[in-house]
Design a protein. Sequence first.
Length: 403
Amino acid sequence: MNTTGQPGFEQCAERADIQAEAHARPPLAVEFESAEVWNWVLYDLPDDPAAWQTPYDPACRHKVLELAGGQLRIERHTEFVSVTWLGNGPPDAESLRVIGKCPGRQLAGARVLVRPAGWEGVADVFGPGRIFGGMARFTGVEVATDFQIGADQMVTYTLSGNFEDAFARGRLVKRLVDLETYRMAALLGLPVVRQSTPALQSLEVRTGVAMRALSTSEDEALAASIREISALLAEVGALREGLRYRIAASKAYYDIVSDRLASLAEAPIGQRQTLKGFVDHRLAPAIKTVGAFDRRISDVSATLSDAMALARTRLEQTSQEYNQALLVSMEKRARQQVHLGQAVEGLSVAAISYYVVGLIGVLIKSLPHFAVSVPVLQAISVPAVIALVWWNVRRAKARVEKV
């Protein structure tokens, strides 16, 4: 008996996983006004499960460990693992030992110094170098960074101001961590695009040559043009397939960076360039380069596909013209055969009639003497013989045609 006051529907099998995904990576709860958040992003992860040491598990999406010196959060993403330390200060030796067990190579690292309102130590943290940042999201909240990798292999950010609770402070920390993570991940597509640019340029040149050859080639060279275009299509397809995921991932990561920057809602502090201003100035051109490369591959592929369609059309047209000429030739030969057959038939009737008349003459000579001479009788028999022979020839021909 249902005692819950609900209809008791059977639950969708995917509902629990979908609900869990919404809460898979909750924001940090930064309880202290002065705290440090360290985040490492590990890339090039091993496929062998044996390479993963405790507490790291390739099948676990999210894990939180309470260590003596602070809290450690482990998050598994599609391409990387994010390891985040939260404490009152830098991670201690034991925490670093646990963090160091994570496999992979470091792609990004962010160190966020959380400070109370009124803190004025930005210049002490970053020194005389150029500083970027502004007032972020909430009134009186300031973010700053120099976007430089320090000796600890981390990019340092500072976050200071008043927050209503630990989760509000943690949300801004998470946005800064995500900004650094996906800023670097988005640029993974740039090196492979640069490495592949010479290959694409070669394909573009060869495609132009193939198109010009196709437009000027005679029918005899059409097969060679089709083979060249087919080879180019295969090379373009291989190049595009090899870069498809990396280019798509770069675009997706850049969208996340744009979302995080928009969520910061920065306002400039004096003439200092904001985080958004720096990223738009430095990251956007790189992503446009990746996008332009993708469009160039698509253009080359489309050009070659059009060329192949044109070559097929020309080949079909040439084939139709050849077939038409062949039919005309066959019809001409058929008419010639008919005429030849008619001529042979006439000659056959004449030859057979000649021999039959000759036989008639021999037959008449063997009979008793007639008043009419043999040549006259032979002459008289010629029409009848020709008619009889012609009739038999036509009759034999009709029988053959029926077979």
